[in-house]
Design a protein around this ligand. Sequence first.
Ligand code: SF4
Ligand code: SF4
Length: 317
Amino acid sequence: MKLTKQGLIRINFRDFLPHENKRLRCNFRCSYCNQKNIKQIKFSEKELLSSKRIWDKLSTVEDDIIVRLNFDGEILIDKWAREIWYHINKLPNVKISEIITNNSIDPDDYLGLISLPKASFNCSFHPEFVSLQRFINHALKLKQKGCPLFATMVVLPEMVNELTGIVMGFEDAGILFRPLLLLNTEFYDSKLRNFWKKIIGKSQSSRSYNLYELELIRQHYYSDLEFQFQKGRKTSGLPCFAGVDMINVFLDGSVYRCFGAKLGTIDELCDGKIKLREEPYPCFTDTCQCPTHMIFLKDFRDKYILSDKFADHYEIN
Ligand code: SF4
Ligand code: SF4
């Protein structure tokens, strides 16, 4: 069974559906992520078996697969989440297996267990829990092994003044870095503000970015188009390749266009009972929920090339 016209599909493999209010556990406690109503789950063999079932099915399709393990906690601290990654990484039609990680675990601890040419690393920097130096040291170990990686950081309004120094640190180390905005400031609370009070010596209440801060962050984006969509420009009705050559697959075997719009199950997809579209079709939601998924909007395809090392990262055309 061939799923896509081009014979290449990008899959975000995710843990739990948003309404389940669960996520993989994490060794960090970022205040904007650590919401009280979301239960942190330690994986067990059950999650490995569900994943194997899904990926045994996906290994039968003719398409090459670029997958990003997009579990909402930290894969590298969880024995069974790591086993899932190792399993997927070894499948013949999986060409790239990218993980999102907070990069707190020393790569010496796990690099011997995966196929390095297939592994890529999407490393999120959380300065409230790890120093820039330690983060960069781990990243350099990955680079020395030839693994593609890039670093991101959610830049809260309180952090903007630190951004230039952080960018220089990454530049000096030769590590690609991209900032991310956090527009929904209701998620972050006094813990993080107190942290920044210690660092910069003043406290600020939860607030939005001012124009100066937005401009400073924008300078580190590829373009205004990308920045506008991250800032919440409407996507409703715009043609998008989600559901064409990119899908989201969840641990329960359900297949979604992206975060919403369920398409069916992994069995239905791989047995040809449901088909992906051949051409981009209208976005079903007001604004895209993910700063990287928006690259699947048709508008972006002429301006950027999709990376062949990451599921939904991109490079300037
Ligand atoms: S490191 Fe990532 S998953 Fe862990 S608490 Fe922070 S934002 Fe959440
Ligand atoms: S723009 Fe975002 S939300 Fe809309 S269909 Fe594409 S990936 Fe999904």
